[in-house]
Design a protein. Structure first.
Length: 233
């Protein structure tokens, strides 16, 4: 009985030498096998798909590949345009999953609504500007109806006097000019304050020290200051 082996084992007896003819036949067989394996095409193991035959140079295959690539680019551009169109809708509607036909329909309805809203805002703007012009006219009339300036002179002591001036900024005489004229008459400024009220009216509160030789007359000083503002007007 023969032993079970996956392949038959051929063994040569150690004491039986191989003759010259058998060595030549084995050498020729090895050379034929080496020549056969060298002529085989190399096997690529990169895992890339391959087409049978000359598909890489087939014009039909190339045309299909180019068509598919152009179609993908076209769909990407269309989707981008629809996304931009959907972003123009109100925020409450951008979160909805609208189809492309529904998006177009909603945009066509939203455009007239937006135009009507813009017209209402423009009308509202005109009303506000008209009211502002009316308010400005009322303020100008009030200024024209009231005196552009008013003043009072009060003597606190023999050597101290207080001058209060009220005028509109539009008719305001430079304070430096007023002080220069009063210093020429012997009044020297010791303290001053100023504030502006609503409507553009400015108030000055001026404290002056008077020289001993100065004959202070409130009426004369009031007329002098009034003349300065009359010239300014």
């Amino acid at each position: 009985m023969c032993a079970l082996t996956p392949f038959p084992v051929c063994e040569w007896p150690l004491d039986a030498p191989i003759n010259h003819i058998e060595q030549i036949s084995y050498a020729e067989g090895f050379e034929d096998f080496h020549h056969f394996t060298s002529t085989l095409p190399p096997i690529e193991l990169d895992g890339s798909p391959s087409f049978s035959g000359d598909s890489g140079n087939n014009p039909i295959v190339l045309r299909k590949l180019n068509h598919n690539a152009r179609e993908r680019d076209r769909r990407k551009k269309i989707n981008s345009l629809y996304t931009s169109l959907r972003s123009l809708l109100p925020l409450s509607e951008q979160t909805k999953r609208l189809s492309i036909p529904a998006t177009i329909s909603r945009v066509l309805k939203y455009i007239p609504e937006l135009q009507a809203h813009v017209e209402r805002l423009a009308q509202r703007k005109e009303e506000i500007l008209s009211r502002q012009d009316e308010f400005s006219c009322d303020q100008d009339n009030k200024r024209e109806g009231s005196s552009p300036f008013a003043m009072s002179v009060s003597r606190v002591s023999e050597r101290e006097v207080v001058v209060q001036i009220s005028t509109f900024r539009a008719f305001e005489t430079p304070l430096s000019r007023v002080l220069f004229n009063l210093e020429e008459d012997g009044l020297f400024l010791t303290e001053a304050s100023c504030f502006e009220s609503f409507g553009g009216r400015v108030f000055y509160n001026l404290h002056f020290q008077v020289e001993r030789t100065y004959n202070l007359e409130g009426v004369v000083l009031n007329e002098k200051l009034s003349s300065l503002y009359e010239k300014r007007k």
